[in-house]
Design a protein around this ligand. Structure first.
Ligand SMILES: Cc1cc2nc3c(=O)[nH]c(=O)nc-3n(C[C@H](O)[C@H](O)[C@H](O)COP(=O)(O)OP(=O)(O)OC[C@H]3O[C@@H](n4cnc5c(N)ncnc54)[C@H](O)[C@@H]3O)c2cc1C
Ligand code: SF4
Length: 333
């Protein structure tokens, strides 16, 4: 059994100073923030994460959703996923985000899960979650049994010969399409990170999943002002209708000028080692007529660099159909 100290820092500065003593911000961190606990406590029970200190950030002032002067939205780090998904502005102007969050987990989990915790949820790769197995992400250099083993759920985009784990978040896929900005406070002050730059590809360091450094606290996420007339769809395909992670998902935002696509954003889930924005699909769609033939060409472009493993080749066609259908639904909307 692993014992740990539990603390509730009085303010943001105290939280950052305490977390700044950790050797790493990610795998193996000996000091960890805890928000909803639905990822972290789970992994502590499995002894995949064994921090010595837990810093409970739920008392810090990051639990609000606020309108911004430019028309955008500021979402506090500890805003619960349920509150975010059901917020009137989110449902009206950023419905792809609401749809994505509501497609994930269960009502009980969404009531606990937070914005920042969701950004930092870990892979569901079965070897990562089992300390009896080797895993490069959990123990760098120990090997990746998934490559020759059970990999049906794992990634086909952004993989390396060190790790093929999928990023399991639904919320992050919608945020990638929305071009969210993540606000971080750390030992050297405040900074912002575009969501596309926040998660890292596994490469040769799969234990490093984001650009966060020891002490870094996510304080909020901002969304740019909404586009008038934006049609938004999140489509998630999975093994059962609820309480299941995506095999493939697509977040789509599209504006039409008559039948021509005048603006489009596309991101995929369930297939990438990070939430997967697809500039290839967007380039294939911009200025084109909104029809199934063009949607299918965009889906082909999005999956052109897919590298399947022994059990997940089916994901290529599944993701293409998922994206094609999401685009069609948005166009019809
Ligand atoms: C059974 C089950 C099913 C699920 N199904 C889905 C699903 O279908 N789709 C989906 O998208 N998700 C799903 N999830 C994942 C769920 O969405 C995440 O567990 C949740 O969003 C994590 O948020 P949290 O606040 O509980 O994080 P925590 O567990 O509190 O924290 C997670 C990580 O984030 C760090 N952290 C938290 N807040 C901050 C901060 N402000 N700054 C810096 N670091 C921080 C913590 O140190 C920790 O490392 C599921 C989870 C479970 C248990
Ligand atoms: S895919 Fe990644 S998380 Fe899974 S066993 Fe391999 S290294 Fe570990």
């Amino acid at each position: 059994m692993h014992f740990f100290e539990y603390q509730r820092p009085e303010n943001t500065a105290a939280a950052i100073a305490a977390a700044g003593q950790a050797k790493t911000a990610q795998q193996g961190a000996d000091v960890r923030f805890v928000a909803g606990g639905t990822t972290l406590i789970d992994l502590m029970k499995l002894e995949v994460e064994t921090p010595d200190r837990l810093l409970d950030i739920n008392r810090l002032p990051f639990d609000k959703i606020e309108e911004m002067r430019d028309g955008g939205l500021k979402i506090g780090a500890t805003v619960r996923n349920s509150d975010l998904a059901n917020h009137a502005r989110v449902q009206r102007d950023y419905s792809v985000l609401s749809q994505a969050i509501l497609s994930g987990a269960s009502a009980q989990l969404r009531n606990m899960a937070t914005t920042a915790g969701n950004l930092l949820q870990r892979t569901r790769c079965v070897y990562f979650r089992d300390t009896a197995m080797s895993c490069n992400k959990r123990e760098p250099g120990s090997g990746c049994p998934a490559i020759t083993g059970s990999n049906r759920m794992l990634a086909i985009l952004g993989t390396s010969d060190q790790c093929i784990a999928t990023n399991p978040s639904d919320m992050c896929v919608a945020m990638a399409a929305l071009e969210a900005i993540i606000h971080v406070e750390g030992r050297s002050g405040a900074r912002t990170v575009a969501i596309g730059d926040f998660h890292l590809l596994p490469g040769s360091t799969p234990q490093r999943e984001t650009v966060l450094e020891p002490g870094d606290l996510i304080t909020n996420v901002t969304l740019p002002p909404p586009r008038t007339g934006s049609r938004q769809v999140y489509l998630k395909l999975r093994d059962r209708a609820s309480y299941e992670f995506a095999l493939a998902s697509a977040a789509v935002m599209m504006n039409l000028n008559r039948e021509t696509i005048s603006h489009v954003r596309v991101a995929l889930g369930g297939v990438g080692t990070k939430p997967w924005r697809s500039p290839e699909a967007e380039a294939a769609l911009m200025g084109k007529r909104a029809n199934v033939a063009n949607f299918r060409l965009a889906a082909d472009a999005a999956l052109r660099n897919a590298k399947p493993q022994s059990e997940n080749k089916f994901k290529i066609e599944l993701a293409k159909r998922c994206l094609t259908h999401a685009l069609q639904t948005a166009a019809n909307g």
